[in-house]
Write a protein that binds this ligand. Structure first.
Ligand code: ATR
Length: 270
């Protein structure tokens, strides 16, 4: 469920997973009107729906819906304050989870081969997309995770929230006040959507840097091109994250672990 949802690659991804695992299921895009989310979920559950993925702009509404019953949120969804996966149980209960953070961590560690333990990570942006991935990234044990945002207070508040939970390596600040170089720079701002670049100094890039854009598109994104031009070792978009978060949702619904590599290469070619 989302709005808009016509562009979503998720039905193709889940069809490929289902075929691979011998599961019979239907997965369709459901466009939901703004203001109609709770009703759409009730209608889906009442018609024997087994599970949902939730995308923009409803992830926070899905979290609020689950929050009504304190037992229905997983710890990582609670931390993210956003839900992208719902599972419905026969007795009428519901579970809300967030697989985005696991998705990005697996893509970076397994698919791109960068082990995050003891690395220096810079995260650009402090909106919903970033809040959803910080917990799992921090759990990988980086040496430092610095979050910066155009509106600096938002990054500072977000970092403070996570440091209070015991993650000592996190700090927050302004986009135009970054010091040092980073092994991994993640663009989690909405800047690319408007064809813009977050305004950061290229001094944070070294010849070892992996530049990662959480957005995906057919062409390398503006951020990826910029980072490579400034001397980054390599750049990736969020296609692998999309497939990995889908795989985690699939596991939640079916208890099966699909192989993501052939699905990622299929999507890259198509
Ligand atoms: P999302 O759910 O995609 O994260 P959001 O919660 O609205 O959406 O957050 C958008 C993020 O992109 C914010 O961090 C925003 O910065 P501000 O908090 O300062 O608004 C960031 N953003 C959007 N456009 C940007 C731009 N042109 N340059 C830098 N950051 C931008």
């Amino acid at each position: 469920m989302g709005n808009p949802v016509a562009h979503s690659k998720s039905p193709v991804i889940h069809d490929l997973f289902a075929r691979q695992c011998g599961v019979s299921m239907g997965y369709q895009r459901i466009q939901v009107d703004i203001g109609g989310f709770d009703q759409a979920v009730s209608h889906f559950a009442a018609h024997d729906g087994a599970g949902l993925n939730i995308t923009l702009p409803f992830k926070v509404e899905a979290w609020k819906l689950c929050r009504r019953d304190p037992n229905s949120l997983t710890a990582r969804a609670e931390l993210a304050e956003a839900v992208n996966t719902l599972k419905f149980y026969d007795e009428g209960s519901i579970q809300g989870d967030n697989t985005d953070g696991v998705g990005i961590a697996r893509d970076i560690e397994h698919n791109l081969g960068l082990s995050l333990a003891h690395t220096r990570i810079l995260v650009l942006g402090a909106g919903g997309a970033v809040r959803g991935v910080l917990g799992p990234l921090l759990e990988c044990g980086p040496e430092q995770l610095h979050v910066v945002n155009r509106t600096a207070e938002k990054a500072v508040t977000l970092a403070h929230r996570f440091s209070q939970m015991g993650f000592d390596c996190i700090s927050g600040g302004a986009l135009d006040r970054i010091s040092g170089q980073f092994d991994l720079i993640i663009n989690g701002t909405a800047a690319s959507l408007g064809g813009e670049l977050p305004e950061i100094d290229a001094g944070c890039i070294s010849s070892r840097t992996l530049a990662y854009d959480m957005m995906y598109s057919d062409e390398p994104t503006l951020f990826m091109k910029w980072a490579l031009d400034k001397g980054a070792d390599r750049a990736a978009d969020g296609l692998g994250m999309l497939v990995e978060q889908a795989a985690e949702s699939f596991r939640i619904w079916h208890g099966l672990e699909p192989d993501t590599a052939p699905v990622i290469s299929y999507l890259k070619k198509s």
